[in-house]
Design a protein. Structure first.
Length: 87
């Protein structure tokens, strides 16, 4: 039996591998997960991620806006990204 990863598992793996000091957009994550139109689903997955090993703060909007952060809001996300020299 082949163990096929779910879309959520693919997204979490991709985001877990975003290096410190870098970002990806929700759309880039969706494309990397082989579901290019599922960028809103990526946002939903990030909104429900509370695993500190998954750096969901490194996923931003295609417009360059920071977007929300489930562990402290947009200001907290922006502060973390500045600290990591990602923005």
């Amino acid at each position: 039996m082949i163990n096929k990863k779910s879309f959520k598992d693919k997204v979490l793996e991709i985001v877990a591998n975003i290096p410190k000091g870098s970002t990806m957009t929700y759309k880039e994550v969706a494309i990397a997960a082989k579901s290019p139109r599922a960028f809103r689903a990526v946002g939903t997955i990030m909104a429900h991620n509370f695993n500190p090993k998954i750096p969901c703060h490194r996923v931003i909007k295609s417009s360059g806006q920071i977007g929300n952060y489930n562990r402290g809001g947009e200001r907290k996300k922006q502060a973390i990204l500045k600290q990591e020299k990602a923005i």
